[in-house]
Design a protein around this ligand. Structure first.
Ligand code: FES
Length: 107
């Protein structure tokens, strides 16, 4: 279980306990948090689960894989240092305290 803070583009924060094994995207989707659309359902095929990772967490996440990097090219206003697709980040205890910020829009 990890407590994850999702911050909408307008600054609204949602602090959610997300079970291990889910993805960061599923934690948002299952709690109806606005700003993560996840149109493809987590198949790394849409880029609408894009979020910016808090700088303190960027290096603490599993490395980005090629498929995610390729799909991120289609996301809206990516930040090369902080952008990730949240469907590709599996939740573990190690992510307790993670903070992600949603972009202004998805695609
Ligand atoms: S939900 Fe489609 S790429 Fe993440």
């Amino acid at each position: 279980m990890a407590k994850i803070t999702y911050i909408e583009f307008n600054g609204t924060e949602h602090v959610i306990d997300v079970a291990n094994g889910l993805t960061v995207m599923e934690g948002a989707r299952d709690n109806a948090i606005p700003g993560i659309d996840a149109d493809c359902g987590g198949a790394c095929a849409c880029s609408t689960c894009h979020a910016y990772i808090h700088p303190d967490w960027v290096d603490r996440l599993p490395a980005i894989e090629e498929m995610e990097a390729d799909m991120l090219d289609f996301a809206y206003q990516t930040d090369p240092k902080r952008s990730r697709l949240t469907c590709q980040i599996k939740v573990t205890d190690a992510l307790d305290g993670l903070i992600v910020q949603m972009p202004e829009k998805q695609i």
